[in-house]
Structures are given as C-alpha cells and as structure tokens.
Design a protein. Structure first.
Length: 153
C-alpha cells in the first residue's frame, strides 16, 4: 500500500506536534519548516487535522497549533482511513469513459478493498504520538529554536 502525499504531510505534522512540549503552540510555518514541506501544503493539512478534532488552533499574533487530547490518542490506521478519499484502488473506466469489459462480477476490486482494510487494521494499533523519538526529533527542535521535551530514545 502507498499513502498519498497529503496523508504523509498530515502524519508528519501530527508527529511533530506530538513531540512538542504539551500545550506549546507551533505556527504553521514552523511545522512546515520542521517537516520539510511547503507552507501551503501544511496549511491545508492543519485545516483538515483541525476539522477532525486532532489539533487545536489559536488565532492571533501569538497563536499557533497544538495537539488536542483526541490527537494524542489517534491511531495511524484511523487517520489514514479518514484521509483516504478513494472509493476503489483500481480505475475501472478508461480515459475515454468506457468501462472495463471485465467489470462484471470482478473479484479484483473486492480483493483490493479487503487488502486496504487489512493495511489500515495493522496500523490501528499504532498511536501517532508514540512514534517520535528523541534522536529523530532533536535536530528538528534545534532548527526551530524551540525547547525540546524528553522523548523516548
């Protein structure tokens, strides 16, 4: 399975926020710098994460984003399911709009749906906030010039 770029940015942003000291606000620009992704991509990801209740946003000059209580307990599997907008993993129509001649009683679509669900189910046991580690995040916090929490090594 392969996740899309948007889901990747969302996961990176949540990992960075979960590694930040609890309650600390990070600007969207700081998150973009920390995860190495353009600001406009991170901005869209933060909006989606906010709509899912995973982050809290504080407006204003000293505002920013922080992980919500729900964000601290969300799993990778749940998040990827929420972000996956594809109905099927295969395109059953050609670019000319003609359907696949094998579409009638096709077993491939069902098999791929089950495989996708098995992929997500495997990730249901992984809480996003458990992923960041000190050696991974320390260089990011040095670059962002922010205080670093103690994380597992």
């Amino acid at each position: 399975m392969r996740i899309n770029a948007f889901a990747d940015v969302c996961l990176r942003a949540l990992m960075l926020l979960s590694a930040s000291p609890e309650g600390e606000l990070l600007t969207t620009q700081a998150i973009a710098d920390g995860v190495g992704t353009p600001y406009n991509h991170v901005s869209k990801a933060v909006l989606k994460l906010r709509s899912l209740g995973l982050v809290d946003a504080v407006r204003g000059r000293s505002g920013g984003v922080r992980l919500s209580a729900r964000g601290r307990t969300t799993t990778v599997g749940w998040l990827l399911r929420e972000l996956d907008e594809r109905e099927d993993l295969v395109e059953c129509e050609s670019t000319e709009g003609r359907g696949c001649p094998l579409n009638n009683n096709c077993g491939l679509r069902g098999a791929l749906r089950r495989a996708r669900e098995a992929f997500y189910r495997e990730l249901d046991g992984i809480v996003v906030s458990s992923l960041p580690h000190q050696s991974q995040m320390e260089p990011v916090f040095v670059m962002l010039n922010t205080r670093r929490p103690e994380l597992p090594r």
